[in-house]
Ligand binder design. Structure first.
Ligand code: PEP
Ligand code: MN
Length: 344
């Protein structure tokens, strides 16, 4: 149930309502916006009559939430959530570009990539150190060494980092090095992992499961939010359909769907979404046009020799083209991409 207060409602009125809700046995969460305060009452109380609250002073509206998720919903929070990662703000007018290799492979590779993507205007360096590979015989990532290389390369080029954490036992380690913790598609419903990252205050990048509905995806976000971590962004990375030409089917309609149902930022990953280098730029353009808050793209200095996801990784020159093209589209819809020092 959600209680919306009148604009400017007195604090003592709000406290009276919170106390009453506590007496009824609800778990109460408060969100105070610029103009209005909203209180969420969590708990199933079939015998409870919301009219008891509706008649209280200062209350504008009371309604039951039909969605199973609450903190992730627009009804709970009307304004877009903006996540501040050391000065890079995700979810407002800046369109944030996160780029880098699928896996961190060695110092030269990550350094060259960081230099290039930062010169083109990316804000984040991505790169996996713990890799969820379909085959146990494939490259599994460099582990902590990879985290260190990613951090150092990003710092040298003024970039933030995003990297995957695969299991509960790794959370503390990955959080020590990374600015944003990625929960991979395969782990979208790893509930203990979601709860663990929910205990931190570090931003979480939650990829959509390959066969997850938007409802299930938002419920996973709810796991993180309900533990107290409000810094969650979602990432559409393609879903499994009957189409086999592309690796996944990039569901771009998820962007306006999520924007309507949730206040959380949404990023699109056209690399995993298509699996084909030549399809990444067109889908990145479409993602920006659809209103995504950012894109995540795989870029590699030598994609033909990449240890993972080479066929979908962009060559450096392609990344230059991608940035030039999405800059124009971003501008047309009132968004900005940070300056590209090398291309200015
Ligand atoms: C990745 O970002 O490298 C990755 C493994 O992505 P996903 O979880 O979307 O497959
Ligand atoms: Mn990859």
């Amino acid at each position: 149930m959600i209680v919306v207060f009148r604009p400017g409602a007195e604090e003592s009125r709000i406290q009276d309502v919170i106390e009453r809700l506590n007496e009824y046995g609800f778990d109460v969460h408060r969100s105070s916006g610029v103009n209005q305060t909203v209180v969420g009452a969590i708990g199933v109380k079939p015998e409870f009559d919301p009219r008891h609250i509706r008649v209280m002073e200062g209350v504008a509206e009371v309604y039951r939430v039909t969605e199973q998720y609450k903190f992730a919903s627009r009804s709970w929070k009307k304004e877009n959530t903006v996540i501040d990662v050391g000065g890079v703000r995700i979810g407002n007018e800046e369109l944030v570009v996160m780029a880098g290799p699928c896996s961190v492979e060695d110092e030269r590779q990550i350094e060259d990539t960081a230099a290039h993507v930062s010169a083109c205007g990316a804000a984040f360096l991505r790169g996996g150190a713990f890799k969820p590979r379909t085959s146990p015989y494939s490259f599994q990532g460099l582990g902590e060494e990879g985290l260190k290389l990613l951090r150092a390369a990003a710092d040298r080029h003024g970039l933030k980092t995003v990297t995957e954490v695969m299991e509960v036992g790794q959370v503390e380690l990955v959080a020590r090095y990374a600015d944003v913790l990625q929960i991979g598609a395969r782990n979208m419903q790893n509930f203990p992992l979601l709860k663990e990252v929910g205990k931190l205050r570090k931003p979480v990048f939650l990829k959509r499961g390959p066969s997850a509905t938007t409802d299930e995806w938002l419920m996973s976000a709810e796991y993180v939010l309900s533990e107290g971590n409000p810094h969650v962004m979602l990432c559409e990375r393609g879903i499994r359909t009957f189409e086999t030409y592309t690796r996944n089917t990039l569901d771009l309609s998820a962007v306006p769907v999520i924007k309507k149902r949730s206040h959380l930022p949404i990023i699109v990953d056209p690399s995993h979404g298509t699996g084909i280098r030549g399809k990444v730029i067109p889908m990145a353009r479409a993602a920006v046009a659809a209103g995504a808050d950012g894109i995540m793209v795989e870029v590699h200095p030598n994609p033909d020799m990449a240890k993972s996801d080479g066929p979908q990784s962009l060559y450096f020159e392609q990344f230059v083209d991608l940035m030039a093209q999405i800059r124009l589209i971003a501008q047309a819809i009132g968004r900005v991409i940070r300056d590209a020092p090398a291309l200015a």
